[in-house]
Design a protein around this ligand. Structure first.
Ligand code: ZN
Ligand code: ZN
Length: 343
């Protein structure tokens, strides 16, 4: 019987995920919106710091990357990919500021997408309704949506994230100093969950969304290097698995969740099958690593301190994802897989 079971497993096991890993950033601003440097400086920074791509995501400004790639696109070694930030706000008298920030990024679009309402301000709508409308507008423009910094100005109620379509990207970690990834309590006493707790809440409600780490970089000038309030590049990124380094290949891989997010940990491999969830961590110096496999409601299912952590899926988890910590506080997040209950 064991032999038959092994044979069946061999027949049904999917081929291992393959492709090259490309390091990239999904959120960056230049002087074309509120960054401090020309877009050329932005692209050169990422190209010279080990990245293979960056999206250019100005507020309400569409960047034509073709002429930029003719200068800075280094063959198959670096590309800029088009996009923008859709800086949607929502009038809401129940918020202390009277307005909520419902920013999203458009990634891989071919034209500008304007937010709803005069001066980007929607009224008579919820944040969730603006997400739905902006998602449609971004898809119509050929791109995919990333929900940005839900705790920025304590803006996005958890329930407004509960109906995001499967495969939506969202920032589990944004490097800007005032977006409050860790959450907190707003001035009215409302508990605003950390981005990671929001992720588990949405996953536990049955939606499969993917967690991105990015820079939201604005400040490339060398001045003020000690200023902790500046949004500098190089803090959080994605590693995307794709066959080729092209905008469409990167966007497609992001949309199917074939990537992981990092603030400094490198994974050599991520294999997510129907019965096993397996990582391979690239060791750096004498740092030590701890991996947590996480299931419904954010519950830690298992912990590992090896460089090849793996988790055997039982079928009762609802979903499984993993996060890795190292001994200096760096992190990595891999994407969730939906687990169907087994008899
Ligand atoms: Zn924003
Ligand atoms: Zn931004």
């Amino acid at each position: 019987m064991a032999g038959v079971a092994a044979l069946l497993a061999a027949w049904t096991a999917p081929a291992p995920a393959q492709g090259r890993w490309f390091k990239g950033n999904t959120h960056a601003h230049s002087l074309n919106s509120d960054g401090d440097s020309p877009v050329d400086v932005l692209l050169r920074w990422y190209r010279e710091h080990g990245y293979q791509f960056t999206f250019v995501t100005e507020h309400e400004f569409f960047t034509d990357v073709e002429p930029l790639n003719a200068i800075y696109g280094h063959g198959n070694r670096f590309i800029a990919i088009a996009g923008q930030e859709v800086s949607q706000t929502v009038a809401d008298p129940s918020h202390p500021n009277g307005v909520r920030q419902a920013h999203v990024n458009a990634l891989g679009t071919s034209r500008l997408v304007m937010p709803i309402g005069p001066r980007n301000r929607a009224s008579g709508m919820t944040v969730a309704q603006t997400y739905a409308r902006n998602d449609s507008a971004i898809r119509a423009a050929g791109g995919i949506m990333q929900v940005n910094h839900p705790n920025f100005v304590w803006s996005v109620p958890l329930q407004d994230m509960m109906h995001l379509p499967d495969s939506t990207l969202f920032e589990v970690w944004n490097g800007h100093p005032i977006v409050y990834n860790d959450g907190g309590v707003d001035s009215l006493g409302n508990v605003m969950l950390s981005t990671e707790a929001r992720w588990d809440s949405v996953l536990s409600r049955g939606r499969l969304i993917f967690g991105v780490a990015d820079d939201d970089s604005h400040h490339f000038k060398p001045e003020g290097a000690e200023n902790k309030d500046l949004a500098r590049p190089g803090r959080g990124w994605v590693m995307v698995r794709a066959d080729t380094l092209t905008g469409p290949a990167i966007v497609t891989a992001l949309h199917r969740g074939d990537f992981y997010s990092s603030t400094g940990i490198t994974l050599r491999d991520v294999q997510i099958g129907p019965s096993e969830y397996r990582l391979e961590i690239a060791s750096a110096g004498d740092r030590r690593y701890r991996t947590e496999f996480i299931g419904k409601d954010g519950r830690v299912l298992a912990t590992s301190t090896t460089l090849r952590p793996s988790y055997r899926i039982t079928g009762a988890e609802d979903y499984v994802r993993a996060r890795v910590y190292d001994s200096s506080g760096r992190m990595a997040w891999t994407q969730p897989v939906r687990v169907r209950g087994r008899p």
